[in-house]
Design a protein around this ligand. Structure first.
Ligand code: ATP
Ligand code: MG
Length: 583
């Protein structure tokens, strides 16, 4: 298995060579595999695939499927293919094909030479369809869409046979060839499997397997004007690639009899075993490419890689590492029951990962000027600061200190509440890595009453933390020296939705009604310590007391530094965990 290839740079600890955990807890799919191995099924061969439709960017739900398919292959000395399910000519775009490959690689997985497209098999699929016709198992049906619906019946009512069902094999072959040659208009006819119009499983009521489409395909151009339906193509593609375990999500459970039917009728050398698992749903998160595309095209977000998007591109830009996503996917495991996972669990894994890799620095998001009146005007001192106090291998750096500094506006209260242990008139606090300071005076704007600056004194004996008389203070604040500070823009993110479970909404209600108007907050005047001057795009940091941030890989430049907040420091998962795990 290829080592994950995350971006690397000097400021971030590289923990990217942590390999995929081959010893992770077993799941019901692994147990099915184990049983098969015992019986020497497929001669011990394990072959899976990840089969995205290139109609959008991958999201965190796909990551679950990727980790599962590539993970099972790795764990069982098997192989995993990447196959684009590009049977639908009007939706697929080359941009999506490129982004999907990029995202799978970024997650740390490697399909080697096994990159395939369903469209590579269009000739074979056509031959298989002809085989069904020749076996009397498929027919050309001229019913229009409305009639097809009528004949189909309902869940409680059997369907009726199409009047075209008994066409001869010769007539069907002739019509199918003419369909292929483009002699009929779109919608004029379809090729249908001849199964059972009375089956309690609606999927078995003579489903369409080929239809006429006039669109140009992103790979085969105008070579074809008929295209196979997903259900027909999918199982045959798996069979052609000799996939042993076709792993898919639960909604395909009642398509399985249809897949089995196709493969049983046809002369194929491999009949993959389909296994269904529950798809990942996350609170406050939309997990459908179509809806995500709606957001992109409707301008509700700034593209597929907007850091608020649950796409892998969005998560990457937000500062999430592939390791965090893999750890999360492993932790949620696979189940047979659909459920909704709390997004706080994902955030928990993001924090856990960033805690190890991110250098800790000081940044003031909403600056308030503090003048230390008894500190020499031109003096600049440098303090040593550990890059990560929990990991000495990450080294140390110097931080300049001078007479005028910034602290966080919220770290000062003029009339402090009882539990406020930060700065207030007459109160003393510790400046991280530096001195104790005491607030002597507040300067306000005469007209607005807004606090403009604080005047403080410092205790020269308190350098590095202690005092001569042993007095203690409760608060420690982060700060930045004004004359060396770097200005930056910081983007804070919140959930894209205001509703925890958007899927519980009634059919037809528009999820865009629940878009959070405050999902993006831009702080234009943030002040950073000077060590961040050369922070490379994508580098992740912990800003002390403020959370994890990363340099925006699209908009940030040496002229204008821009950071995204990946997550805050508060781990709400710990609280939730007490109540029991959501899965
Ligand atoms: P979407 O509705 O987001 O487009 P999809 O299932 O149509 O999802 P595909 O491109 O067809 O998207 O999916 C590729 C693979 O990823 C499939 O095997 C599918 O089962 C799996 N997958 C998609 N969404 C999820 C999810 N939320 N959780 C787990 N697996 C998923
Ligand atoms: Mg789909």
């Amino acid at each position: 298995m290829k080592k994950p290839n995350d971006n690397k740079n000097n400021n971030e600890k590289s923990i990217d060579n942590v390999d995929f955990n081959l010893e992770s807890p077993s799941n019901f799919i692994q147990e099915i595999i184990n049983k098969g191995l015992k019986e020497n099924k497929n001669n011990g061969r394990i072959h899976t695939r990840f089969p995205p439709e290139p109609n959008g960017y991958l999201h965190i739900g796909h990551a679950k499927s990727i980790c599962l398919n590539f993970g099972l292959a790795a764990r069982n000395n098997g192989l995993c293919n990447l196959r684009f399910d590009d049977t639908n000519p009007c939706q697929e775009e080359s941009e999506y094909v490129a982004s999907i490959q990029n995202d799978v690689k970024w997650l740390g997985f490697d399909w080697g030479k096994r990159l395939f497209f369903a469209s590579d098999y269009f000739d074979k699929l056509y031959q298989y369809a002809a085989e069904l016709i020749k076996k009397g198992k498929a027919y050309i049906c001229d019913l229009n869409a409305g009639e097809v619906r009528q004949y189909r019946g309902t869940l409680t009512q059997a369907g009726k046979n199409s009047p075209y069902r008994e066409r001869s094999i010769e007539e069907n072959m002739n019509l199918f060839e003419r369909m292929r040659k483009g002699e009929f208009e779109e919608g004029k006819c379809v090729l249908r499997a001849k199964i059972d119009m009375t089956s309690p499983n609606m999927n078995m009521r003579d489903p369409a397997i080929y239809r006429i489409r006039g669109e140009t395909h992103h790979r085969t151009g105008d070579k074809w004007c008929i295209y196979p339906m997903y259900d027909f193509a999918h199982c045959i593609c798996d069979s052609i690639e000799e996939i042993t375990h076709s792993i898919c999500t639960l909604e395909f459970e009642n398509h399985r009899p249809l897949y089995d039917w196709f493969l049983d009728q046809l002369d194929v050398k491999c009949h993959p075993q389909q296994i269904e698992f529950a798809r990942l749903n996350l609170t406050y998160t939309i997990m459908s490419k179509r809806k995500l595309q709606d957001l992109v095209e409707g301008g509700c977000v700034n593209g597929w890689d907007d850091p608020r998007m649950p796409t892998l591109a969005g998560l990457r830009r937000r500062g999430v590492s592939p390791q965090a996503i893999r750890n999360f996917c492993e932790r949620i495991g696979v189940a047979k029951m659909n459920s909704v996972v709390d997004v706080a669990l994902l955030e928990h894994f993001i924090r856990e990962d960033l805690n190890k890799r991110a250098q800790r620095v000081m940044a003031v998001l909403r600056p308030l000027k503090v003048i230390i009146d008894n500190y020499p005007e031109t003096k600049v001192e440098e303090f040593d600061a550990d890059n990560n106090p929990e990991d000495s291998s990450m080294g140390a750096r110097k931080i300049p200190f001078s007479r005028v500094i910034y602290i966080e506006q919220e770290d000062f209260q003029e009339n402090p509440s009882k539990k406020f242990f930060r700065l207030a008139p007459g109160k003393e606090i510790r400046l991280k890595h530096a001195y104790y300071i005491k607030c002597e005076r507040v300067v306000k704007d005469e007209k607005t009453g807004e606090i403009i600056e604080l005047h403080c004194t410092y205790d020269p004996e308190s350098r590095g933390g202690g005092t001569k008389d042993g007095r203690k203070v409760k608060g420690t604040l982060h700060w930045v020296s004004v004359s060396q500070a770097l200005g930056a823009e910081i983007r804070l993110y919140d959930h894209l939705l205001t509703k925890a479970n958007p899927s519980e909404e009634k059919e037809g209600s528009d999820f865009k009604n629940y878009l959070n108007p405050n999902s993006l907050q831009i702080l234009a005047n943030c002040q950073l310590e000077p060590s961040l001057a050369n922070a490379a795009p994508g580098t992740r940091y912990q800003f002390l007391r403020q959370g994890y941030f990363c340099v925006d890989s699209v908009d940030s430049s040496a002229k204008k530094l821009i950071f995204n907040r990946t997550v805050s420091l508060r781990d709400t998962w710990a609280k939730i965990e007490k109540k029991g795990i959501n899965r």
